[in-house]
Design a protein around this ligand. Structure first.
Ligand code: TRP
Length: 342
C-alpha cells in the first residue's frame, strides 16, 4: 500500500525503562513492527513521562539507548518510522500547556489508570505531583501533535486514550477542526507470565523477566529457577501442563513439540529439568536473530544517536505544522491588520 501524508498515522509510545523483555515483545513490539507495513508510524520515547514516577534521571540516557537498540533489533525501521525522544521535540510541552486548560482537575483525579498507579506505588494524594496528575494530558499531546489516527496500546492504557479523545473533541468544538479523534488499537491480549508464576505478568519491577538481549546461558539459568507445577515434585510424578508456567512458554516458543511435551509431562516420562532445558533452548533460538541484530548498535552506540537525530528532525517537522494550525485556530500570535497568523 502506498503511504502519503494523508495516510493514516499511528503513534506508538513507551517510557524508557532500559532493556526490553519478552513481555514487551509479545505484547507491543511485534505489533508495532507489523503496523509499519500499513501505516505511517511515529515511535515516541516518553522520557518526560518517565519523570512522573521517578525523578532520578541518572540512568535515563542509557535506558533510552538500550530500549532503542531493542526496537531496532526487533525490526522497527527508522527510515520508514521515525524514532524520537519527547524531550527533544519542544512542541510536546507547548501543546501540553494548551491542553491543560481543556481538562478539569476532577476529570484527571477520576482517571482509573492514575488511581491504580497511586495505589500500587503507595503515593499519598497530597504528595501526588502536579505533573503526575497531568500524565494523560501530556500523553494527549504526544498523540495529537502528530495528528495520529490510531494508537496501539494495551488494555491498561485505554483510560488515557479516552482522555486524549475528549481533549481532541473539546479543542475541535472550541476552536475548529484540527485534530482527528484517535482510536486505540487494542493489542490482542497476549500477556506473558513472568518467571515467578503463571498469574503474574512479566515486568521489570517484579524482577521476573527474560530480556530480549539475554544470552542462551542466562536464559537457561533463569528457566532453571522458574516455578512449575507444585504437585510435580519428583521426576516421575505426573504433571499438569495447564497450570505450569514453563508449559505456557513451550506453547509460545515450541509449538512444534507441544503434544510430546504435554504427553511427557502428564505421564511423568519427562522431568522438569529436561523440560526446562528444552524450553530455554527454544526461547534462545527465537531470540537469536534479535541478539544478532543488536550487535552493530552495541558496538557503535553513535549509530543510535544518529537515528534519533534523524527521527527528531522528522518529528519536529510534523509537530511544527500542527502547532501552526493550533495557533491559527486559537488566534494566538497574529500580525497587525490580520486577525490570525497565516
Ligand atoms: N503511557 C504509556 C505507557 O505507560 C507510554 C506513553 C506515553 C504512550 N505517551 C504515549 C503510549 C503516547 C502511547 C501513546 O505505556
Amino acid at each position: 500500500m502506498r503511504k502519503s501524508e494523508n495516510h493514516s498515522i499511528v503513534l506508538s509510545g513507551m517510557r524508557p525503562t532500559g532493556a526490553l523483555h519478552l513481555g514487551h515483545y509479545t505484547g507491543a513490539l511485534e505489533n508495532w513492527v507489523a503496523l509499519q507495513d500499513v501505516y505511517t508510524n511515529y515511535h515516541l520515547i516518553a522520557d518526560y513521562h518517565a519523570l512522573t514516577t521517578n525523578t532520578d534521571t541518572s540512568r535515563i540516557f542509557e535506558n533510552t539507548i538500550e530500549m532503542v537498540i531493542d526496537w531496532l533489533a526487533a525490526g522497527i525501521d527508522p527510515a520508514r518510522s521515525p524514532i524520537f525522544r519527547q524531550s527533544q521535540v519542544k512542541q510536546h510541552t507547548e501543546l501540553f500547556l494548551i491542553f491543560s486548560m481543556l481538562v478539569t482537575k476532577n476529570r484527571l483525579e477520576r482517571n482509573p489508570t492514575l488511581k491504580e498507579q497511586v495505589r500500587d506505588l503507595g503515593i499519598e494524594s497530597e504528595n501526588l505531583a502536579y505533573g503526575h496528575l497531568g500524565y494523560p494530558v501530556l500523553q494527549a499531546s504526544d498523540i495529537l501533535l502528530y495528528r495520529a489516527h490510531a494508537v496501539p496500546v494495551g488494555e491498561d492504557q485505554l483510560a488515557n486514550i479516552e482522555i486524549t479523545r475528549e481533549i481532541a473533541r473539546r479543542f475541535n468544538r472550541e476552536y475548529g477542526e484540527v485534530f482527528p479523534e484517535p482510536k486505540a488499537l487494542l493489542t490482542e491480549f497476549k500477556r506473558l507470565p513472568g518467571l515467578d508464576g503463571i498469574d503474574r505478568k512479566m515486568s521489570k519491577s517484579l524482577g521476573n523477566t527474560i530480556l530480549l538481549s539475554d544470552t542462551p546461558e542466562t536464559i537457561a539459568a533463569k528457566l532453571r529457577k522458574a516455578v512449575t507445577d507444585p504437585l510435580k515434585v519428583r521426576r516421575n510424578d505426573p504433571g499438569r501442563p495447564d497450570v505450569c508456567l514453563v508449559f505456557t512458554y513451550h506453547r509460545r516458543f515450541n509449538a512444534g513439540e507441544i503434544d510430546e511435551i504435554r504427553a511427557g509431562c502428564t505421564s511423568g516420562a519427562l522431568g522438569c529439568v529436561e523440560c526446562k532445558q528444552r524450553c530455554a533452548a527454544r526461547i534462545a533460538d527465537a531470540l537469536a536473530p534479535h541478539r544478532e541484530h543488536r550487535v552493530p548498535y552495541e558496538k557503535d552506540r553513535s549509530l543510535v544517536l544518529d537515528i534519533l537525530a534523524e527521527g527528531e528532525k522528522k518529528a519536529r517537522r510534523r509537530a511544527a505544522t500542527t502547532m501552526r494550525a493550533v495557533h491559527r485556530a486559537m488566534r494566538l500570535g497574529g500580525r497587525i491588520g490580520k486577525t490570525s497568523v497565516s
